[in-house]
Ligand binder design. Structure first.
Ligand SMILES: [Zn+2]
Ligand SMILES: [Zn+2]
Length: 137
């Protein structure tokens, strides 16, 4: 699987092109756990300016390339299920860390069927669980 090919196809389909800054922002997200805007701007320093990082994430979110997660008291960004295996998060409200949880087939089916029963065609979902992590219990 070539993530750049998928990225490029998605952008082209929406009449946008894969520019160098967009690819840089994508690289910052690839293989990473959820990051705040501040962290992304900091990591992009010297390569992509703040305004471009903001605009790119806005575009990526609109096109379904990234998910904006409501973890803790800040938004965090993570690549969507197209580029990352579907999973959920656990957020520890004591130490502030977020953990990836494996997707559970039974839960996945249940979540989708709840929506389908009401006549919706679900395309995805986000699920964040809050509480205390093993280190903080
Ligand atoms: Zn903790
Ligand atoms: Zn799920």
């Amino acid at each position: 699987m070539d993530p750049y090919k998928d990225l490029k196809a998605l952008l082209t389909k929406n009449r946008a092109s894969l520019t160098k800054p967009r690819q840089k922002v994508f690289d910052l997200l690839m293989g990473q756990s959820p990051q705040t805007m501040q962290v992304l701007v900091k990591r992009a320093e010297g390569k992509v300016d703040r305004a471009t990082v903001y605009r790119t994430l806005e575009l990526f979110e609109r096109l379904g390339i990234v998910n904006r997660l409501n973890i803790g008291w800040k938004y965090k960004y993570e690549l969507s299920d197209i580029f990352l295996e579907h999973h959920h998060h656990f957020y520890c409200s004591n130490c502030g860390k977020s953990y990836d949880l494996p997707a559970n087939p039974m839960l996945e089916t249940m979540v989708d069927s709840v929506a389908a029963k009401e006549g919706f065609s679900p395309r995805g979902h986000q699920l964040e669980i809050y509480g205390h992590c093993p280190n903080c219990r």
